[in-house]
Design a protein around this ligand. Structure first.
Ligand code: CO
Length: 460
């Protein structure tokens, strides 16, 4: 029997986030939801990551309502979200009661698969979310944040995959956020994990460096079960490789692909028009569609390179770019080789720029790097350089346990604080995640409803 390869469609979340900063409003993709639902995907990634934040901040949408509306139109396909472990959808750690309720409500509102990762691959930051997902009846997809460093060996990744299985993972995801995984690396790593852990494996990568098609091909050869792709008009560049292209190539090679070609054509035709709108208004920039091999040379994600450039530009110090670029891997090594993903990529990048501009290393240190050295982001892959840690912390002692254990519960207090304002636990969760944005959203919602009432009366 032919080996089956399943697909996760990312157009609603990662492709949307990577190419157009998550600016797709619900009504733009609504007409295609039923077609996506019938196309035969393993899952549609449609929530979490930046969608929650952007819905509230820019699109004036209730993210929970968006999820319910997607669910209503897609009864047959698993809906998937991305969750940053103990960070949930934010940039620092939250108390456990919030993590648990957030996961529970996500499932109640329609999520089937929760992909859970931690920027340091510290399982203590994933455990509560993993358990809550399983308890709520969702599939927990335990993700390994992929990076390369002297301490990121295959043996370590295999151990991590085993640990995630013990925590209840239904699938293991290898998350290559920078698109730096090559075909041989994919083949070897997936073979190693397949040998040790009896769970479906999902590979997630990006087209940034141009490796992705080749990487997926070798991953599938090694037995990878699920790949993440984007419908062609929203594929390539910083997004995922194209769904239709991979379906075509894999079928030709004799793999079983249960996607409906007519549905894919309809989805592609529709999203071509949407893409053109975002090109026309400047949201989709040619830079996002380009192939960028610098990331391979420097082992720095593409997004980080452009952040470094814009930081230096702001400070009128573009001539320091090469120095800052060389300093980045040194800071990363000092910090114990964190994978460079939100929020560690920003922290390491900012520190490298400061070290170069100050002309002295760690003369100024951000509060995030201080918190990181205190252990508030979890256990680092390798120890932080002790001399640098001491210099940053002074006499302060780093944490020994799990940071979230030191945080008091937050949900009940917030419920009380928002009495008369919040209409549901979902509102309470939005507020805890993004207090200012949620508050503004609640006010807008109320004003809009009052206007509608006035309008109805006048119309009568
Ligand atoms: Co991604």
């Amino acid at each position: 029997m032919a080996q089956k390869v399943q697909f996760v469609e990312t157009v609603l979340r990662d492709a949307n986030q990577s190419l157009i900063a998550t600016r797709l409003p619900f009504e733009k993709f609504e007409p295609m939801l039923e077609t996506i639902d019938k196309a035969g995907y393993y899952a549609a990634e449609c929530w979490g990551g930046a969608t929650f934040d952007v819905c509230l901040r820019y699109l004036h949408e209730d993210p929970w309502e968006r999820l319910r509306k997607i669910r209503a139109k897609m009864p047959n396909t698993k809906l998937q979200m991305l969750l940053r472990g103990q960070n949930v959808l934010g940039y620092s750690h939250y108390p456990d009661d919030f993590v648990k309720l957030f996961v529970k409500k996500s499932v109640e509102n329609g999520i089937d698969v929760i992909r859970i990762f931690d920027a340091l691959n510290d399982v203590n930051n994933m455990k509560v979310a993993m358990e809550a997902a399983t308890e709520a009846g969702a599939l927990a997809s335990g993700a390994l944040s992929y990076t390369t460093s002297p301490v990121h060996t295959h043996a370590k990744y295999v151990e991590l995959a085993k640990e995630l299985k013990r925590m209840g993972a239904a699938t293991i995801c290898i998350k290559d956020m920078a698109g730096i995984m090559g075909p041989q690396e994919a083949y070897d790593l997936i073979s190693a994990i397949k040998d040790a852990v009896d769970l479906p494996i999902d590979l997630h990568t990006h087209s940034t460096t141009g490796l992705a098609f080749m990487t997926y091909l070798k991953a599938v050869e090694a037995g990878c079960d699920i790949i993440d792709t984007a419908i062609s008009p929203f594929s390539g560049g910083t997004s995922q490789p194209a769904t239709e292209t991979l379906a075509y190539a894999l079928r030709q090679l004799g793999y079983e692909v249960d996607l409906n070609d007519a549905s894919l054509t309809a989805i592609a035709d529709y999203f071509k028009g949407i893409r053109d709108e975002f090109v026309a208004d400047g949201t989709l920039m040619p830079k996002a569609m380009a192939t960028d091999t610098q990331c391979l040379t420097y082992q720095i994600p593409g997004g980080m390179l452009s952040n470094l450039l814009s930081q230096l530009k702001q400070m009128n110090a573009l001539d320091k770019f090469d120095e800052a670029l060389a300093e980045t891997p040194r800071v990363r090594a000092d910090m114990g080789y964190p994978p460079l993903v939100t929020p560690t990529s920003q922290m390491v990048g900012v520190q490298a720029v400061r070290n170069v501009l100050d002309g002295e290393r760690y003369k100024t240190v951000s509060k995030e790097i201080k918190a990181y050295c205190r252990g508030e982001y979890g256990t680092t892959p390798a120890p932080i350089d002790p001399a640098i840690q001491k210099m940053i912390l002074g006499d302060e002692q780093p944490l020994t346990g799990r940071y979230a254990d030191t945080l008091p519960p937050i949900v009940e207090d917030t419920r009380q604080k928002l009495a008369g304002i919040a209409r549901s636990d979902e509102d309470v969760l939005s507020y805890i995640a993004f207090p200012n944005l949620a508050e503004k959203f609640f006010e807008e919602r109320k004003a809009k409803e009052e206007n509608e009432v006035t309008y109805t009366i006048t119309a009568c």
